[in-house]
Design a protein around this ligand. Structure first.
Ligand code: HEC
Length: 148
């Protein structure tokens, strides 16, 4: 009985310690990696003229943009503010292009979205991280329209 209490106690302490350190260091690299993943899958869906899948990945990307907006500061970089100012407008323009269903506009807004990622990398002295369109599909997944 006493032993079990001690196990619970140490688990609680461990969990609390974990959440404190997670707050101290925002998950910047994880958020960026997910943005890259979903942007890539989004662009593969666009290239395959698959609006349904593009909608799905636009939503996943948006969730990670929201996560970036919640990062107040990372190594003195005001990530949230910069994301709001430099990335959100291009993302919103892309979303309305997606709604317009005009393939040319969608592709051109996709290009601008990628430029916005790189503009922030340059503004934060990470210009050496250069996102570029890639049409190759490394995933175990088809991006072609497939029914519902
Ligand atoms: C706030 C400005 C900002 C915006 C907007 C931004 N990034 Fe980043 N990005 C950074 C910073 C700063 C780093 C370096 C993070 C670090 O040191 O861990 C980074 C790192 C990365 C990395 C390296 C991590 C990895 O997994 O290889 C990738 C990839 C990346 N960003 C992709 C993107 C993509 C894709 C977008 C657009 C959808 C984007 N970023 C938008 C600031 C930004």
């Amino acid at each position: 009985m006493k032993n079990r209490f001690l196990v619970y106690l140490s688990l609680t302490v461990l969990l609390c310690a974990g959440s404190v350190s997670a707050e101290d260091e925002p998950n910047m690299i994880g958020t960026m990696g997910k943005m890259q993943l979903f942007l890539h899958k989004l662009s593969l869906s666009v290239e395959a003229d698959n609006p349904k899948l593009a909608d799905f990945y636009a939503h996943e990307l948006e969730e990670n943009i929201e996560a970036a907006k919640r990062i107040d500061e990372y190594h003195d970089i005001p990530v949230g503010q910069l994301t709001e100012a430099m990335l959100v407008p291009s993302f919103e323009a892309f979303e309305s292009a997606l709604e317009s269903d005009d393939p040319e506009q969608i592709r051109s807004r996709m290009g601008e979205l990628i430029n916005a990622c790189n503009a922030c990398h340059q503004a934060t002295d990470y210009g050496f991280i250069h996102i570029q369109p890639s049409e190759s599909n490394p995933y175990m997944q088809s991006f072609e329209p497939k029914g519902d």
